[in-house]
Design a protein. Structure first.
Length: 284
């Protein structure tokens, strides 16, 4: 090695790197070439992933209220159809809940789809972690909820995303439906009691009061039954998921390019280290 090339590492200049490269250019070339060829092989082996996406807006839960349905709040209907930030947060919480994720994992038998063995340790945890690595539910810059999923099967990927949206709607509307069902049962019991009281009432004034109460209860019961039978949805789907025609990853050219650059700089750094070892030996 030439004497001028031997110097402390902090004294290195660009011309020194050029000289080192010139000395070790064959080794650097073949190592970089090997990295490039290896990256090509690896990128061809890697499975292809396709992305499916659905975009939805939350609907205000007040739209399921009987007062809104029967026109008592028509002045607000135009402004409250789409939900506010609290409705969006609620939908996001549901979208990222274990109930939705576990439902998809079980329905599509993802442990088999992800090629895990039945006796795999921590099987469900591993399946869930792999699913979550490819699954995202977030609010975009348009205040819509965007749900995306990556999978090697593009048809199944689209089906899963659409099923996720359906399951979100089912879970989000369940408390409203259950609440209305309870109110209907309470109203039916109260209406039955009032009719019994009316049949045994003797005072005309008492009968008039009971008749008025029965009329109000009957109207409320009818309205709740109608609103409960109405197919209310908690979301509006703007874009339904479809099978992607183009893969999302791997980006093979990027893998190869980064591998070649990484191989070149690593081999050059190794050459510098070898040169520095020679300097240290020379100094001893």
């Amino acid at each position: 090695m030439d004497q001028p090339n031997l110097r402390p590492l902090h004294d290195y200049q660009l011309i020194d790197l050029v000289r080192i490269w010139s000395r070790f250019k064959k080794q650097i070339f073949f190592f970089t070439l090997a990295c490039g060829l290896l990256s090509i092989i690896v990128s061809l082996i890697l499975p292809e992933y396709f992305k499916s996406r659905t975009i939805l807006y939350p609907i205000s839960m007040t739209m399921a209220d009987r007062n809104m349905i029967f026109g008592q709040q028509q002045g607000q209907a135009e402004f409250s159809y789409f939900g506010n930030k609290y409705d969006a947060s609620r939908i996001l919480q549901v979208a990222n809940s274990s109930e939705v994720i576990d439902y998809i994992i079980n329905k599509y038998d993802l442990k088999t789809h992800y090629k895990y063995k039945a006796d795999e340790k921590y099987l469900f945890t591993k399946v869930k972690e792999e699913f979550l690595d490819n699954y995202h539910a977030l609010k975009n810059d348009k205040d819509a909820i965007e749900i995306t999923l990556l999978d090697t099967d593009k048809e199944k990927c689209a089906q899963m995303v659409n099923d996720i949206a359906t399951k979100i709607d089912e879970i989000a509307t369940k408390p409203v439906t259950e609440g209305k069902t309870k109110i209907i049962k309470m109203l039916e019991v109260e209406l039955k009691n009032k009719n019994n009281e009316l049949s045994s009432a003797s005072s005309p004034a008492n009968k008039d009061n009971l008749t008025s109460e029965i009329k109000q209860l009957s109207e409320a019961l009818t309205q709740y039954k109608v609103s409960n039978n109405d197919k209310f949805s908690s979301i509006t789907i703007l874009e339904k998921a479809a099978a992607s025609e183009k893969k999302t990853k791997p980006v093979r050219w990027l893998i190869v390019a980064l591998s070649i650059l990484g191989g070149f700089f690593f081999s050059l750094l190794t050459a510098v280290v070898v040169n520095q070892i020679s300097y240290i030996r020379k100094s001893l």
